[in-house]
Design a protein around this ligand. Structure first.
Ligand code: ZN
Length: 504
């Protein structure tokens, strides 16, 4: 059985390398634009073009731009995200009335054009759009399914930063995922909860809803006086007038929209700081207060332990949101402060806080790379146990391999498919992604030893901090970190191979 030779290796932090120069976003392949359908607009435009063929513009509209794509070719969610631009900031001004279940919003989206754009898509499911402007000028728009297509009055030149404003309102939808779980806008006992993995954020604001496009956020939410509104980042202000309270939340660090959250309801709020001065903001449904007090008091200690093992905490505040058990079907690693349905146990808290490094800071390039999130967060639970008088990671690994670990209930599920290649969208959060993903990390640890392993974990988190990465980036990083070792067996059998590998 593996025993760690003292704690020294864990404490040795990697010297913080200067961050790599920002890597250019991978070019998004623009797929053939969907025929927009014969609307009066396109008819007028094509007529116009035919009549004035030879001129470069018609009615003031440049014709050099092309529509941005309606998706970014995600292997599991092809409609998620949009081509042709990159969002840098979302400014959301929202007002919610839990009684009428009605959300009114203005989304101010700042983005950079990655091509000459005649039109671009946003993802928004449900809600009524009343008005869209681009650079302050009225834009034409149309809707089909989750695609909101915007045609600005003028083409947007490649490289240009532009602002699009969408006004919308309605009763936001709850989305049922391919695996049956509920996300999007969940109505809770005393308010609502916005959860977005993998696609649900399009239920409450329009955007480029794919993990590959991260942005900063300002979320201003007005709710009836007496209710709280909790989101990501830090609370900048709280003002009450005319029977409504407006909460202004600011997220400076890049955030993927699937970890954006908004929790509206009655919460007991506790503010504190960790020993290092990191603000901790915890919001707990009063019915869960007693049951969660002790475990939530562990947040600063868990953050410090994780920072010791994974490298510096990547965000400017932490915390948690605890709603009632019935309010959501799972915990989620929403940025800064994960959401829990009912009081969590310590393992779940460790898991969701580990995601702040693995998932929220280092974010998958596509939904195929989920194991990089869940494998790391699961392995963090094993390491926590190992360091806190529980079973060692090696014992857990072997129990899982033999099939006598207490979870998942059906151990054979672990071998259903390779963690780096789920068969379809309904299986991206199945046991192979979590457990076998963690087993891949344990295999690496056993091959390179603890010193090199913790260097790899911290180096991986530092190198891709606040950016996106995929499985190929990971295997390349590991190989570069230990050039004398042969990882091909781990990649071939544990990461990409079908079935249970022959040797543990
Ligand atoms: Zn997880």
């Amino acid at each position: 059985m593996l025993r760690r030779g003292g704690g020294a290796a864990r404490g040795r932090r990697l010297p913080l390398r200067p961050p790599d120069p920002p890597t250019p976003r991978p070019p998004r392949i623009t797929n053939v634009p969907r025929p927009p359908g014969i609307t009066p607009l396109t008819l007028a435009r094509s007529l116009c073009l035919t009549l004035v063929l030879g001129l470069t513009a018609c009615g003031g509209e440049g014709v050099h731009g092309k529509p941005g794509a309606a998706g970014v070719h995600d292997p599991y969610f092809p409609k998620s995200g949009n081509g042709g631009y990159d969002v840098t900031h979302y400014g959301l001004t929202l007002s919610y009335d839990p009684r009428g279940k009605r959300l009114t919003g203005t989304a101010d989206i700042t983005a950079r054009a990655l091509q000459n754009l005649s039109a671009f898509h946003l993802d928004l499911l449900g809600m009524n759009v009343s008005d869209v402007t681009v650079e302050g000028r009225k834009a034409r728009w149309s809707r089909a399914g989750q695609e909101l297509t915007v045609r600005p009055a003028d083409d947007l030149d490649k490289g240009r930063t532009f602002r699009a404003t969408v006004r919308y309102s309605g009763s936001p939808r709850t989305i049922t995922d391919p695996d049956g779980s509920k996300e999007g806008w969940l109505r809770t006992a005393d308010g609502a909860l916005g959860l977005g993995e993998p696609t649900g954020s399009m239920a409450w604001f329009p955007g480029d809803h794919h993990p590959s496009d991260k942005a900063s956020y300002d979320v201003r939410v007005s709710v009836p006086e007496g209710l709280q509104a909790v989101s990501n980042g830090e609370l900048r202000s709280e003002t009450t007038s005319g029977g409504r309270t407006t909460y202004a939340w600011h997220t400076a660090e890049p955030m993927a929209s699937y970890v954006a959250t908004l929790a509206i309801g009655h919460y007991d709020i506790t503010r504190s700081t960790t020993k290092k001065g990191l603000p901790v903001y915890v919001a707990v449904d009063p019915t869960q207060a007693k049951a969660s007090r002790k475990v939530l008091a562990g947040i600063p200690g868990i953050i410090d332990w994780e920072a010791y093992n994974f490298g510096p905490y990547p965000f400017s505040s932490t915390g948690a949101i605890v709603d009632r058990a019935d309010d959501a079907g799972y915990a989620l690693e929403t940025q800064n402060r994960p959401v829990f349905p009912g009081a969590p146990d310590t393992a779940t808290l460790v898991h969701e806080l580990a995601h702040q490094w693995f998932g929220d800071s280092v974010t998958p390039k596509s939904w195929r790379d989920m194991w990089l999130n869940e494998g790391f967060a699961t392995y963090a639970e094993w390491l926590w146990q190992e360091d806190h008088d529980g079973e060692s990671a090696d014992e857990i690994f072997h129990a899982l391999y033999k099939g006598d670990y207490y979870e998942p209930a059906d151990n054979s599920e672990i071998w259903a498919f390779p963690p780096a290649d789920p068969p379809d969208a309904a299986h991206i959060s199945d046991p192979p992604v979590y457990y076998r993903g963690a087993m891949v990390l344990h295999k690496i640890r056993r091959l390179v030893g603890d010193d090199a392993f913790y260097d790899i974990v911290q180096g991986w988190a530092a190198t891709h901090r606040h950016r996106n990465a995929d499985t190929a980036d990971f295997t390349a990083y590991v190989e570069k970190s230990a050039p004398d070792k042969d990882f091909s067996g781990i990649w071939d059998h544990w990461l990409h191979g079908e079935g249970r590998p022959d040797h543990p």
